[in-house]
Design a protein around this ligand. Structure first.
Ligand SMILES: Nc1ncnc2c1ncn2[C@@H]1O[C@H](COP(=O)(O)OP(=O)(O)OP(=O)(O)O)[C@@H](O)[C@H]1O
Length: 656
């Protein structure tokens, strides 16, 4: 490439980096590619865009997108893109041209050809070409081949026995909706090495999986030897899963009586774990102790909150799972994907809404569960569609919050606005459950925080009862934590007046000002913190939230207490090095949690991260009350009208 032109290119990259339009790593990656051998202009540009997109959660670069609207892909103003691209003209005109151009580069391995370990991988055909960083290509390939094999591996099922058990487990006095998707989900899960049960909040994913466990125990040749593991991406989600499953199985135990020793079998299951801990994460290493060569010792693995599992983690999990073990994924496909690259659950659930069941599945479900899949859902999809069930009826989310979530999920701005504005017309219930402060000032958020956090701060001030012993102190800690967990402010962004940072500072100042907290230094009694990095020494993980309270054993020193289910545990505050204050947190980090009153604050301007999934995830964190703050009301419509699109080749690879 002409040295003058390349200098202009690097100059433009630097300028856009300084302006905050590109991350520094993207330019550095393009330079690294250039250092490996002769590099054409299009290769450098594609490397830059690919790295930038990786930082935004995409697992690959679709060449058709690059050819069609590269500026839009990067969220750059058209003129910025034109200047950048002008330095390296001419560029290929279409996806086919990009494919031809890139496949000739030394730094690019075209999948299927002789492999030199190049850092970039080109996959797909001329119309569907995709450029990957090698790591993501490997991860997508691992996930796709494992899912394909597992979904297709049907096992023999003793149909009459399954039917009898399902009739018992789902015998209910209530008028059931038809078909009973929960019941048929159990039948489907039992016949495969993999099943996905997706659905919005309160649709009964945990309820269903508890019955599936009972069914597994009831039909296994040796139930006592079944190795069943429960896991979730975060400690909090894992604790919640275990708690709900134990509760549901406890209720079921009474129902099945002597026919199945459900209590003993449940007791053997052990605690739910984080995926990191299940796989055997090691400090300072991306590699896990468990992998193909040292697989997990399980027959059935149930993973909750699967929407939070990113591509690399899913690949590690599938790699470590023995081929004859069964994987059950539970999650809400419409929630925000992980911060890291990939939208695995969303990709895997592409057929969930439509069903796309084939005649074999219809016949099996009819025999094994007595349920008839309506013809609308029968369209002969692939193997994965046959093992995916979407639960469609929410049992505790039908009120105004549920209506709002539905409207947002459907991208219906008008309906969402109508629900939000209906509070007056619909009476007290709505008025209490939903609030929209359309022209919000930061003071509104601070006022809500004052009201929402006062209960835990007051209990904290009262302190444990005089002379409380260890257990009584723990009860007090638990009560303080539970009050704190009843309210949260969620932000769409980190920076600015309406971001996590701006709101945390403002809330902290106000709480200090009114005497609810006393900030003597960074660490103070009552400070809520979120862990921002996994720390194996103290056993705290990215996303864990705790409260700073006095150490009962050492007056004057502070400990951070974490709530996991009903249990509490603590770490000396000074040992926690990677934490931030957490009166306000991002919607991303709130996944897997639920707060009685959730406040969602949108910023003044839309941006790449503001999309429908974010608002939906924020709303569905609220169990009783939801307040929306919009400094500029139009941003709500803009956000709901936009979907998050993450490029990936997973679907195509699974169906290949
Ligand atoms: N078929 C059913 N009959 C009666 N109650 C049900 C049924 N299905 C679910 N429920 C009840 O509805 C509530 C929500 O169910 P569950 O917690 O399983 O939903 P979920 O989809 O796991 O929710 P989340 O995504 O919020 O964790 C629970 O109280 C559960 O007992």
């Amino acid at each position: 490439m002409d040295p003058d032109k390349i200098d202009i290119f690097w100059f433009e990259v630097e300028r856009l980096t300084e302006a905050g339009e590109l991350r520094r790593l993207s330019g550095a990656f393009a330079r690294f590619v250039a250092s490996l051998g002769p590099a054409s202009g299009p290769l450098l540009l594609a490397s830059l865009v690919l790295s930038e997109l990786e930082g935004r959660g995409h697992s690959c670069l679709l060449l058709a997108d690059l050819a069609q609207d590269a500026a839009g892909l990067l969220g750059l103003p058209a003129e910025e893109w034109t200047e950048l691209a002008a330095a390296i003209k001419p560029l290929p005109k279409n996806a086919k041209g990009w494919m031809a151009q890139l496949s000739g580069c030394e730094q690019v391995w075209t999948a299927g050809e002789f492999d030199y370990g190049q850092p970039l991988v080109l996959d797909g055909d001329a119309d569907n070409g995709r450029l990957y960083l090698r790591r993501y290509w490997r991860d997508e390939t691992t996930v796709a081949s494992s899912v394909r094999a597992r979904a297709a591996a049907h096992q023999a099922v003793d149909v009459p026995t399954v039917r009898a058990w399902l009739d018992t487990l789902f015998a209910t006095q209530r008028a059931a909706e038809k078909p009973d998707w929960q019941k048929l989900a159990c039948a489907i899960a039992l016949r495969g090495r993999m099943a996905i049960i997706t659905g919005g909040p309160g649709t009964g994913k945990t309820y269903t999986v508890a019955r599936l466990l009972a069914l597994l125990f009831a039909t296994a040749p040796d139930a006592a030897r079944q190795r069943i593991a429960l896991a979730a991406p975060t400690g909090k989600a894992a604790a919640r899963l275990k708690q709900s499953i134990d509760k549901a199985l406890g209720e079921l135990a009474d129902k099945v009586g002597d026919r199945l020793p459900l209590r003993e079998l449940t007791a053997r299951m052990g605690a739910a774990r984080t995926l990191h801990s299940l796989l055997g994460a090691r400090p300072d290493s991306r590699a896990f102790a468990h992998h193909r060569g040292n697989p997990l010792d399980v027959d059935v693995l149930i993973v909750d909150e699967a929407s939070m599992v990113h591509l690399e983690m899913m690949a590690s999990l599938l790699d470590a799972l023995p081929p004859d073990a069964t994987l059950i994924l539970l999650g809400d496909k419409d929630q925000l994907a992980s911060v890291e690259a990939g939208a695995v659950l969303g990709d895997l659930c592409a057929d969930a809404q439509a069903g796309n069941y084939n005649e074999d599945t219809v016949a099996f479900v009819r025999e094994a569960s007595g349920e008839a899949i309506p013809p609308d859902y029968v369209h002969a999809g692939g193997a994965l569609a046959q093992q995916t069930v979407m639960l469609r009826h929410s049992r505790r989310f039908g009120g105004p919050i549920g209506q709002l979530a539905l409207a947002v999920n459907a991208g219906d701005v008008e309906a969402a606005t109508a629900v939000l504005r209906a509070r007056g017309a619909l009476g007290v219930e709505v008025a209490h459950a939903l609030r929209w402060i359309e022209h919000a000032q930061q003071q509104h958020a601070i006022g809500l925080a004052l009201e929402g956090y006062r209960p835990y701060l007051q209990l904290l001030k009262e302190g444990p009862t005089q002379g409380a012993d260890g257990a009584a102190h723990e009860d007090w800690v638990r009560a303080v934590l539970q009050r704190f967990e009843a309210f949260r402010i969620l932000c769409a962004v980190r920076e600015g007046e309406w971001g996590v940072e701006g709101l945390n500072t403002a809330i902290e100042q106000r709480l200090d000002g009114v005497g609810l907290i006393r900030r003597s230094s960074d660490w103070y009694t009552g400070r809520p913190v979120m862990v921002t990095r996994n720390d194996y020494a103290t056993n705290v993980f990215n996303g864990d939230i705790g409260l700073t309270l006095p150490d009962p054993a050492r007056p004057g020193s502070l400990r951070v207490w974490f709530l996991e289910g009903d249990k509490v545990r603590s770490v000396l505050a000074t040992r926690l090095r990677h934490v931030e204050t957490a009166y306000a947190m991002t919607v991303h980090k709130s996944q897997g949690s639920e707060f009685a009153h959730t406040v969602l604050a949108l910023p003044k301007e839309g941006g790449a991260v503001l999309a429908r999934e974010l608002v939906y995830t924020g709303i569905t964190r609220a169990s009783r009350e939801f307040t929306l703050l919009t400094p500029v009301p139009a941003v709500l419509g803009e956000t709901i009208g936009k979907r998050t699109h993450r490029a990936s080749g997973l679907r195509g690879m699974i169906e290949r």
